[in-house]
Design a protein. Sequence first.
Length: 265
Amino acid sequence: MTTPNTSMLPPQTLTGRVALVTGAGSGIGAATALALAEAGARVALVGRRRDRLVDVAEQIAHTVPAAPPATLIVGDVADIRGLIEAVRHARTEMGVPFDLVCANAGSMLAAPIDSADTAEWDTMISTNVAGVLATVRATVDDLTEAGAAGRAADLVVTSSIGAHLVLRGYAVYTATKAAVTHLGTNLRAELGPRGVRVRVVEPGMTESELGDHMSDPDAREWLARFAIENPPMPASAIAESIRWSAALPVGVNVASMVVLPTGQG
């Protein structure tokens, strides 16, 4: 019988890691922040709604009493300069650099191309694409410093299975997610040699607020029917995938993860 190589098994904790999670006020972001804190990481929460961030911070404190208090960064990832400054300020207050960054904030506002409110296009492009770029710029020095020192350094970019799908009414949303997937892939080529593990996560149907703010009634109705036919995963499923992959040994990267409900195929 062959003895398993236990040296390659991931550690069970992220003790000593310092994480930043955008879109942390709900859905995948909130679940990820909690999962990382439960695994031992110190967590900074980024989001537009202070009350939601406070709720998540309180949940972390209740679930992980020994964890350091979560740091709140109230801001919009679409505001590139504002986000960079807010992250720098938080880093100074925390006194430690970030080595685990989850660029998770996103917006899904489906509508036909000929009737969509073009302001919704701006929202998706600025949040889904420019927001990831802003998050990377705000934290890349920390990540490359950790990587150069031989420590674990992770940049996790949340895209969507929609990056690979053809869906009526979702042209702009899926285009932004295709851009995010391609961006993450190219960042891996740029930052991997500097010791940073860049990972693209592409979830399928997941319980979240994504889509709740669609103004197009037909798009909302279609999404509701699709969710009935394809029951969504809990956000904790994505969070656990991120936690697991971040706990892999230094020098090992899961470059891409497509995480789907079993029924979605």
